[in-house]
Write a protein that binds this ligand. Sequence first.
Ligand code: FUB
Length: 321
Amino acid sequence: MKKARYLFPDDYMADPSAHVFEGKIYIYPSHDRESGTPENDNGDHFDMKDYHAFSLEDIDGAVTDHGKILAVEDVPWSGRQLWDSDVAFKDGKYYLYFSLKDKNDIFRLGVAVSDTPYGPFIALENPIKGSYSIDPCVFEENEQYFIYYGGIWGGQLQRYRNNKALESAAFPADDEPALCAKVARLREDMLELAEEPRDVVILDEEGKPLTQGDTNRRFFEASWMHKYKGKYYFSYSTGDTHYLCYAVGDNPYGPFTYKGVILTPVIGWTTHHSIVEYKGKWYLFHHDAVPSGGKTWLRSMKVIELEYDADGTIKTIEGCE
Ligand code: FUB
């Protein structure tokens, strides 16, 4: 596959998290909709109310919509805005991790459980203890599960330091180390964090943490983790500069060294992705807002093959081709 393929032209779906379950690719996107909420820097226009699951057996083949797997009203602690999610499998159960504002308009991470990859998922009574911000992604290795999360601006990460809420949001100065995504191991039952979240530190080529002012490279939102040839690839969006970037480390906690751009800016403000290996090839699932005529809040999910150079460098993909 040389050109990106739109996966589901019938509806608007964004933030696709893809995994191989039961021999197929399952995709868990955000379900965009026209809510009429005006666009602002807080992301209020991303006012999503449910999730669907999708699957495909052949990367060029038919995409099955498994229908609604969770809705805002199914979550006992819900306020509004179901943002990015991810799913993990352990011991016969599937765990859906999702971003949702609680009744105080604070983003928390929730968990919902199902016996199948296509749901329905049953949400727990409360959000994950100590969770905050958005965009969970779960990476498994040797039966240990690591959750990565965080997002600045509307994702509220600037309201926290050292996993504690600040009295008011604060960004580091431009020459100070950037705000980091977080990572924590999940408890054996997959329902809570097993440890205090740590910073996902991204270093520059001299071994110094990227600074907040380094907007073309610093973390903004949309964490993803994958392993390639023994190295850990942490990838993310730079948000207001619209790049999907990656950094490479020697273990799931990092630190990670910045390596480059995976995807140049797409049409639409946000960029978001997942990376998965299927039948011996690697794929980048992502989205853009071309089909909606550039409406930031109405995005469409796509897939394209991802390629590496012999030294493990990811070949940059042009977002607007
Ligand atoms: O879809 C809502 C938000 O937009 C996601 O959580 C962010 O990563 C961005 O894609």
